[in-house]
Design a protein around this ligand. Structure first.
Ligand code: UDP
Length: 257
């Protein structure tokens, strides 16, 4: 039976995405929703068209990163809201890279938002929603067996490569890459274990400020009730030159009407 017509098994549903069984072993379909959450899930909302934009933006950035040798889970985009990905075992550690002080760093250490860091900072958070993703050190990560020292080194060096590349890419379209969050997975390939970039890269997990005006072009518009959230995501896609051809931002419920 055609894969598209077959009922698909839902593997996992997260806040912004759903994962379905893919057409071949070792693959998954990643579906991007318009749902969004912030502030440890206490703030919920729908950003109409966000899923379509993030699917496209993440595809673009993952492909570019693949071209410079960063291994990723991305295989190909299937349609407006779905992409085919390689199934990896997700490492329960979120890696945040920061270039400019913002968000939790500003609050935790009382440093003014917008302060440019003397060098990029990499932080680890334990991926556990129930605990609000607490910050951890590599000591916790190895002691609790979430990742090995070698895997931590690999995640660090890949994250810094991603940061260097994406900082330049965004600067080229008039955006400052303030900070972002990455997730990694383990994948067996030819009897070798590899660490690959997983999840997504989009304005949901990056802070992007306009170079000239410092206007926020990311999820902080939702977190801080700044308005024009979908418009900001659209503007990022437009500057990347990838606005979806027929940009119809209908929500699922609207589409079913
Ligand atoms: N981030 C994320 N998911 C999280 C926490 C943070 O994608 O669960 C991203 C966030 O969008 C920002 C960066 O990681 O680009 C740093 O976030 P921060 O620690 O400042 O936390 P926040 O202020 O977003 O709570």
């Amino acid at each position: 039976m055609n894969f598209r017509l077959r009922p698909r098994r839902r593997i996992y549903e997260g806040k912004g995405k759903v994962l379905f069984e893919g057409p071949d072993p070792g693959t998954l379909v990643q579906y991007f929703k318009d749902d969004t959450t912030a502030c440890n899930n206490t703030k919920k909302g729908v950003i109409t068209g966000k899923g379509v934009l993030n699917n496209r933006i993440s595809e673009y950035l993952m492909v570019k990163l693949g071209e410079i040798g960063v291994p990723t889970h991305f295989m190909r985009r299937l349609n407006m809201r779905e992409q085919l990905i390689r199934r990896a075992e997700i490492i329960p550690v979120e890696v945040v890279v920061r270039n400019i002080v913002a968000g939790s760093l500003s609050e935790r250490l009382g440093i003014e938002e917008g302060t440019v860091l003397p060098r990029s900072i990499v932080e680890f958070y334990y991926k556990k929603d129930e605990l609000g993703n607490p910050m951890v050190s590599d000591e916790h990560i190895t002691a609790f067996g979430w990742a090995s020292p070698m895997e931590i080194d690999e995640m660090m060096s890949l994250s810094l490569r991603v940061n260097d590349y994406l900082s330049g890419l965004f600067l080229g379209i008039g955006l400052k890459l303030v900070d972002f969050k990455l997730e990694f997975g383990r994948l067996w390939d030819n009897d070798e274990l590899h660490i690959i970039l997983a999840d997504e890269i989009s304005p949901d997990n990056c802070r992007l400020w306009d170079v000239k005006t410092n206007e926020k072009m990311d999820k902080d518009r939702f977190r801080r009730d700044l308005g024009k959230v979908a418009e900001a995501y659209q503007e990022v896609a437009r500057r990347l030159g990838i606005m979806p051809e027929n940009a119809v931002f209908a929500t699922e419920s609207e589409k079913q009407k």
